[in-house]
Design a protein around this ligand. Structure first.
Ligand code: GDP
Length: 450
């Protein structure tokens, strides 16, 4: 792994006009650069008020800058953060001056990559920095904060040390190929492998919730035409987003809006009504509804209180269950259809999208159902991402193969090789794997200046 020797600089805040903008630089030249620009090297972590003059002595702005001395900075290198007035022209002038003084423009994620390379963060913590920046709900923020404080890293260390113990027992027998693993050792190893597999599976089970936290809980509003789906979306979004019409079949395509319900972020999707006898245009809309329903996490099944209970198409009905669906009996401001029977077993709430009755109760039900999607892994809120899931799946496969070989009394050498495979896979999560390509790919998904 090559360690950086140059100094990078970038804008740390979004481009555009704002109250302040922050330019930052990191690397071995920072200390000398700060002294040259401001005439002093202030004590680390103390904000200083100063004029920023470029290399030609021209006044650029009145700034506040903070110097961080290695290794006590985000990147682990000497770093400076310069807060200037939030004019993109000023920020650009400062950046150009830093480049003229020997910095180079930072690539996407390069500050975080340096933090990782300098041991300030493990890989899962570096990813958590990005999760923190993108978190759009209380729950996503909590998960990102826990990951940043090393919740996942600690779990991985535990698994790794347990696996190393098992590997040590197995490897002790590799040098003696004629000796079989004593029965009690075999039993102990099998038990530990089983525990490792259970712990791996438990972490893997958080992957779907992790996707919900990062992307939002995909919530599909389903129901027959005219049940009030678009009206409900508008109510939940808080503005007239979807076209509402007394004429059935007005929603032909699906609409998506992001909303917050309690601590959860939802991707709320209004779909074309499910009509048992659709016209050809309606049929195309319904096909899109079914596509959306196939990937939904949560359903709001909207019924019209004034009409008898409609049947849902079998393909959709198969996905609906009390664990992922709330029955929303809409138009409860009107007299109910005689003998209206709602599906049994489902959480159910009468509402009126027209008047707003029942909306708070609906939000409470949605929030409760969303809570139930969280997979508990001890005290920490862990919700892994797709990269972690890929590595854990690899580890799981290796552990399974090792277990099978041990049960068949296969060679200890082969078992050890599978266990080393699992160790490698676990190591990928916190980044204890020397693979420059993986690192480059990962950090390039970050933003510039992070
Ligand atoms: P969609 O086809 O399921 O999206 O239904 P819309 O939201 O377009 O509503 C269809 C019709 O029902 C419109 O005329 C709405 O004004 C009316 N509507 C929707 N919700 C309510 C409600 O809660 N009460 C009453 N009385 N009318 C409603």
């Amino acid at each position: 792994m090559s360690f950086p020797t140059d100094t990078i600089a970038a804008l740390g805040t979004p481009a555009g006009t704002s109250a302040i903008a922050v330019v930052r630089a990191s690397g071995p030249q920072v200390r000398a650069m700060v002294a040259a620009i401001f005439g002093v090297t202030p004590p680390p972590r103390h904000a200083q008020h100063a004029d920023y003059r470029d290399a030609k002595g021209t006044l650029v702005d009145d700034v506040l800058f903070t110097f961080f001395a290695a290794p006590n900075s985000f990147t682990g290198e000497d770093t400076v953060e310069i807060s200037c007035h939030g004019n993109p022209f000023i920020a650009q002038k400062i950046l150009e001056d830093l480049f003229a003084r020997g910095c180079r423009p930072a690539e996407a994620g390069e500050f975080s990559k340096r933090a990782f390379l300098n041991g300030r963060l493990d890989l899962s913590q570096a990813e958590a920095v990005m999760d923190l920046i993108h978190a759009r709900s209380e729950r996503a923020l909590a998960a990102a904060n826990q990951q940043l404080r090393g919740a996942l890293g600690r779990q991985m260390e535990l698994l790794i040390s347990q696996l190393v113990n098992v590997l040590a027992i197995i490897e002790a027998y590799i040098d003696f190929p004629d000796e079989d693993l004593p029965a009690e050792n075999r039993q102990a190893v099998l038990l530990q492998l089983e525990q490792l597999q259970t712990a791996t599976a438990r972490l893997l089970a958080t992957s779907h919730y992790g996707a919900m936290l990062r992307d939002g809980i995909k919530t599909v509003i389903l129901g027959e035409p005219n049940a009030g789906k678009s009206s409900l979306l508008n109510r939940l979004v808080g503005r007239e987003r979807a076209l509402v019409s007394a004429e059935p079949g007005t929603t032909r395509d699906y609409l998506e809006e992001r909303i917050l319900v309690g601590p959860h972020a939802l991707r709320l999707i209004d779909t074309a009504g499910l009509n048992p006898a659709p016209s050809s245009l309606e049929k195309r809309g319904m096909d899109k509804t079914l596509e959306q329903a196939a990937e939904a996490d949560l359903f709001l099944w909207v019924l019209d209180a004034t009409r008898p209970l409609p049947a849902l198409p079998a393909s959709t009905a198969g996905r609906l269950s009390p664990a992922n669906t709330i029955v929303v009996v809409n138009k409860s401001d009107l007299p109910a259809a005689p003998g209206l029977a709602v599906p049994t077993g489902y959480p159910c709430v009468p509402v009126s999208a027209l008047t707003g009755i029942g909306l708070e109760e609906l939000r409470t039900l949605v929030s409760g159902l969303a809570d139930s999607f969280q997979v508990k892994t001890g005290d920490d809120l862990i919700a892994i991402n797709a990269r972690h899931a890929h590595a854990l799946n690899q580890a799981r496969q290796c552990l399974e193969t090792a277990t099978a070989k041990l049960c068949e009394r296969g060679s200890t050498e082969l078992v050890a090789s599978d266990l080393r495979g699992a160790l490698d896979a676990f190591g990928q999560i916190s980044g204890k794997v020397d693979n420059e390509q993986v690192l480059d790919r990962l950090f390039s998904t970050f933003c510039i200046g992070k």
